[in-house]
Design a protein around this ligand. Sequence first.
Ligand code: VGL
Ligand code: ZN
Length: 215
Amino acid sequence: MAQGKIALILVDIQNDFLEKGSLAVANSNSILEPVIDLITKVKCKQGLVIATQDWHPSNHISFASNNSDKQPFETKDIEYDGNLVTQVMWPDHCVQGTFGAKISDKISLDDIDYIVQKGTNPRVDSYSGFADNNYSEITQLAKILYQNHIDTVIVVGLAADYCVKETCLDSVKFGFKTILAMDATKPVDSNQLEATLSQLKSKSVLIQLCSEIEL
Ligand code: VGL
Ligand code: ZN
């Protein structure tokens, strides 16, 4: 094997981010086939498959509907834990227990070793699978990866310019060799993709096509 133990992280591959969802990412259904192929390959090599799941209460601060002064996709400065953060006002999405919050049924739940839910605190958003946007709390993700002796993390999913990006950046911070499979992700804002990819490269995230990833 070219490297040590691998984990594949499926970021927020949920109905609301897929085509026809409430926060649909353009062309997002096109990632499903490469993602499913990667899952098969990673499982063949005894790698770990972990899914993150955006899992908001209906009163979540990131929803424009909960901020009467704002329209979807505007931004608002929000205070949490003594920090001011600029929050995008999103359409309601991934509300706990709804169809939109479900992981796509194109992905077999039997292939997923762990699901890490995030965005459950109504007062703060959580893009990364590792922590909320203020690092006030961290999730179980780093612990799962350390306990399973993972050294390389492959990231796929939605959306490239938000949760995928922040999950990649935290993966590097937590010490993992980190690969973004660029043909298995799509951005909310296609104008942001190049800037996102160069920022990730500058932080040592490897950007590869699924076919280039050595397993
Ligand atoms: C995401 C916006 C709001 C994502 C989650 O998964 O990238 N984007 N919540
Ligand atoms: Zn969200």
